[in-house]
Design a binder for this molecule. Sequence first.
Ligand SMILES: Nc1ncnc2c1ncn2[C@@H]1O[C@H](COP(=O)(O)OP(=O)(O)OP(=O)(O)O)[C@@H](O)[C@H]1O
Ligand SMILES: [Mg+2]
Length: 355
Amino acid sequence: MSERDVILSAKDVEVQFQVRGRILTAIRGISLDIYEGETIAIVGESGSGKSVFTKTFTGMLETNGQISNGSVIFEGKDLTKLKKDQDWEGIRGAKISTVFQDPMTSLNPVRTIGYQIAEVIIKHQKKSKDEAKKLAIKLMEEVGISDAANRYDEYPFQYSGGMRQRIVIAIALACHPKILICDEPTTALDVTIQAQILKLIKDLQKEYGYTTVYITHDLGVVANVADRVAVMYAGQIVEIGKAEEVFYTPKHPYTWALLSSLPQLGIKGEDLYAITGTPPSLYDKVVGDAFAPRNPYAMQIDFEEEPPMFKVSDTHYAKTWLLDPRAPKAEPPKAIQNLHKRLLSITDERGDYRG
Ligand SMILES: Nc1ncnc2c1ncn2[C@@H]1O[C@H](COP(=O)(O)OP(=O)(O)OP(=O)(O)O)[C@@H](O)[C@H]1O
Ligand SMILES: [Mg+2]
């Protein structure tokens, strides 16, 4: 993977919001290279900054927010320098497209499904109305709508939630984006439908050749389709690696906690592990490791000094003092040992696959 081209490079990104005269630092210095053609999953609990971080790729921060430091390089341009809507033309919704996984908010209830897809094709691919209709029907078929020609003239309310989600993906693909960001809200679709949607995105990637950034709070959903996983906590990436590294040899105690709270992994007769406490307030300067107060493995230094990103392998990094050579050896919780074998059995049940 390392020899692949970097399609987007974020460096030292910091994002701040003005909230009633106070400053909330939502993103606290993230550097991330995204490789062309990969599927990278960004995981973390609600409020960790997944959406805010990826909104810097499309200039969609709310008006009370600003990128207070860092750069986001895409096609030789620093996206953090683009201010006006017209600067974003040709990038947002064209080369970098976001699928919000709440289809009702992205579809227009009073326009037919077909119209909404064709409209994008006419705009971005400069096709005639007839050609656009043909292409729209083809796209509907590709995203798994059966009887697409007849359903072209139906309205969003006539589609099920899972099918509306497929339409939103079709609309995003209609402009042939280079990067597809899929942002899952906390109130997610049912896990099985999510797995199907993710598989669809993976399948279509071969034909369309986009790079996928998949945002979720459920590590279980991305286990079988992500090439890499980045774990976020309190506005930072705390662990990143190839999917198998993060799942089978996780190093950060927060990743351990996320993995052990997966319901799919519950061990019979044992209580499900729950992460106690809450993340720190982002209004105040965070001292030490942001996860320390909730970390059963925390040492004195965790409360005093911020850990650096320690290198585990060329592709795997984790931001925890446990990786300092001077730290005592810590064993991950029992619930996540032998994860390899147990995840494989989940995979079989769901019929997921790794492409
Ligand atoms: N417009 C805003 N004004 C003030 N604070 C904001 C704004 N948007 C986001 N935040 C704050 O930034 C932090 C990160 O929010 P973000 O929406 O990125 O979280 P998330 O990881 O996407 O969570 P979820 O899983 O719930 O979608 C949170 O503390 C949130 O309250
Ligand atoms: Mg979000």
